[in-house]
Design a protein around this ligand. Structure first.
Ligand code: CTP
Length: 409
């Protein structure tokens, strides 16, 4: 799926060592469907060449405000009028200070001051996103923090910086986000803010019920759908608490500071984590919770000594986390969404679960054909009827689910 289709991005590159990542960023933006136009400061050309940026973007690169290639001689005006957003990556301390003061002494800074997006004869201010990148001392300096405060006040969106190893050998705050993270942040920026300010709770993945220290009962859920819902909810402006069973997935949009992840193993752990968030507005119970656990876990690995040794162990049923949550949150009424993985009679069983769990919306799918896959096909079941979505990739479906849920809130 290309999430930046029909978007034109003006990428501004300023003078910092992180500029070596800019060509990769251009490639990723183009891969998502964007048209990319590059404007560099003179300092940036010491770190990465305009020829490289022209080659990867497929468009001429601009550096000087005196560039004669723009026919009316006003590149600082013309270059931003048809773009959907200006992204400065990397944004140096010097450039941030200039922006915060409204200085305009080169093409990029003048262009940011004059930025405007023209659509249907209307001129509005073009969104400006910046990804700071600098040495940690520079980032922490009171002058830079003063710039940051002013930029935020001026509705300029800061992405990062991150903390970690720096090119200078020091470790700390000031690293530019990785190109993939910047690209995801920009995609998120363009999504409709349908859940702005909402608190969303999500369970994802399987649970693992230990039999002994090395074996257990679990299932084939990969967690991909739950994580896609988490990303789509963040994109829509929500704060997300993600409670994940044992999965090997990165936390989506982790840099945003709006996602809090708790890793759990068993259904009982998952239930305690869920119950700690009863103040949420929406609960997506996407996890494939193991229905049973061993009534007693063996302290040591169960050994097989003879060919005829077949161990036996009792199982007990796990609590139904979603059902319990929906019942206990009766005074507060978070909107609860269940996910049913079936092997047959998907819609019929889905309808039964909607009633049994006493929830307003249930999303049913065919488990074996989607576990671990990147695509899925789902049916939304509620009192009004059924809505079929897909087949589509899980992120597209997750965005559709967020849209459907926002309509029902
Ligand atoms: N669920 C839960 N706790 C459980 C079992 C299920 O919270 N112990 C939630 C799931 O997260 C999902 C919904 O209930 O949102 C349906 O899960 P599913 O496994 O499809 O159904 P079950 O209720 O377990 O019924 P069955 O296994 O008989 O199909």
């Amino acid at each position: 799926m290309m999430s930046l289709n029909n978007k034109t991005i003006l990428l501004g590159i300023t003078g910092g060592i992180a500029a070596y990542k800019s060509p990769e960023l251009v490639r990723q933006l183009i891969k998502q469907g964007a048209v990319v136009k590059v404007v560099m400061t003179e300092a940036a050309t010491h770190f990465v060449t305009p020829t490289t940026l022209q080659a990867v973007s497929g468009n001429p690169v601009y550096i000087s405000q005196w560039d004669a290639r723009i026919s009316n001689g006003m590149p600082h005006i013309e270059l931003s009028r048809d773009v959907d957003a200006i992204l400065i990556a990397p944004a140096s301390a010097d450039f941030m200070a200039k922006l915060s003061l409204g200085l305009a002494d080169d093409l990029l800074s003048t262009l940011c001051l004059a930025r405007g997006h023209e659509s249907n004869g209307m001129l509005t201010e073009c969104p400006l996103l910046i990804t700071p990148a600098m040495n940690r001392q520079m980032w922490e300096h009171v002058a830079t923090q003063r710039s940051v405060a002013r930029l935020v006040q001026d509705q300029i969106i800061l992405l990062g910086p991150a903390s970690g190893d720096q090119a200078c050998g020091e470790v700390g705050m000031g690293r530019m986000l990785e190109p993939a993270e910047i690209c995801e942040a920009l995609i998120a920026f363009f999504q409709p803010k349908l859940l702005q300010g909402k608190k969303v709770l999500i369970t994802a993945g399987p649970t693992y019920e230990a039999i002994d220290p090395v074996r257990g009962l679990t299932n084939r859920s990969s967690g991909k759908m739950g994580f896609a819902i988490a990303r789509a909810a963040l994109e829509a402006g929500a704060t997300v608490h993600l409670i994940a069973g044992p999965v090997s997935l990165e936390t989506p949009l982790a840099y945003s500071g709006k996602i809090f992840r708790t890793n759990v193993l068993s259904a009982l752990d998952m239930q305690s984590a869920v119950m700690a968030h009863q103040d949420c507005d929406i609960f997506f119970s996407v996890a494939a919770v193991a229905d049973w656990r061993a009534s007693q876990m063996a302290d040591q690995k169960i050994k097989k000594q003879h060919a005829t040794d077949i161990p036996s162990f009792d199982v007990v049923q796990n609590p139904d986390i979603l059902q319990g949550f929906a019942k206990n949150s009766i005074n507060h009424h978070p909107f609860c969404v269940g996910f049913a993985a079936e092997t047959e009679n998907v819609v019929e069983y889905g309808k039964k679960k909607l009633m049994a769990k006493n929830i307003p919306l249930l999303i049913a799918n065919h488990g074996p054909s989607t576990f671990g896959e990147d695509h899925n096909q789902i049916t939304l079941i509620d009192a009004a009827g059924e809505t079929h979505l897909g087949p589509a990739d899980k992120l597209s479906l997750a965005r559709d689910v967020i849209r459907e849920v926002s309509k029902r809130l």
